[in-house]
Design a protein around this ligand. Sequence first.
Ligand code: MG
Length: 202
Amino acid sequence: MKIICIGRNYAEHAKELGNEIPENPVIFMKPDTAVLKKGSDFYIPEFSQDVHYELEVVLKISKGGKYIQEDKAANYFEEIGLGIDFTARDLQSQLKAKGLPWELAKGFDGSAVLSEFYKKADFDMKNLNFSLVKNKEEVQNGNTSMMIFPPEKIIAFVSQYFTLKTGDLIFTGTPKGVGKVSENDILEGFLEGKKVFDLRIQ
Ligand code: MG
């Protein structure tokens, strides 16, 4: 199983980090060891003083494919969930400044939090609301209509480079409002108003 992630897929988030709006999806990957075990707390790694939450809609690939056409791409995922793309922002900034890959800042153990997955058919993928609450206060609030590259475009783009396999996950990018986590924070993710995960920071 591989985890493909999209960067800068919401204009307001690209702006908040001082990045340009991309012409093509910005792609990076996390190894499968990045998935945080269900029910585990998230431990801030010792190599970062500035770990950020990024709440994202996650697609679960339901059949294999390569060179998937955009108009067929919706047939390649049946389930969706929410996830957090934890990011060591301080380390990422150092790597970006040197023109180096981001993997150390993005793919470390526990950096991929996942909710349960739900049938896509039960949601309007073009108008899906999701939000993150930190210590009882809403910090992120997104809607899939604000994506620069919607799921079909993402699948068509990445499958030109990587064969998609059943069970692969795609993190579709975060809306604005990313921020730092601290010890004892409680994060809660909501999909269309329903709580789909909660998480304690250590
Ligand atoms: Mg992200």
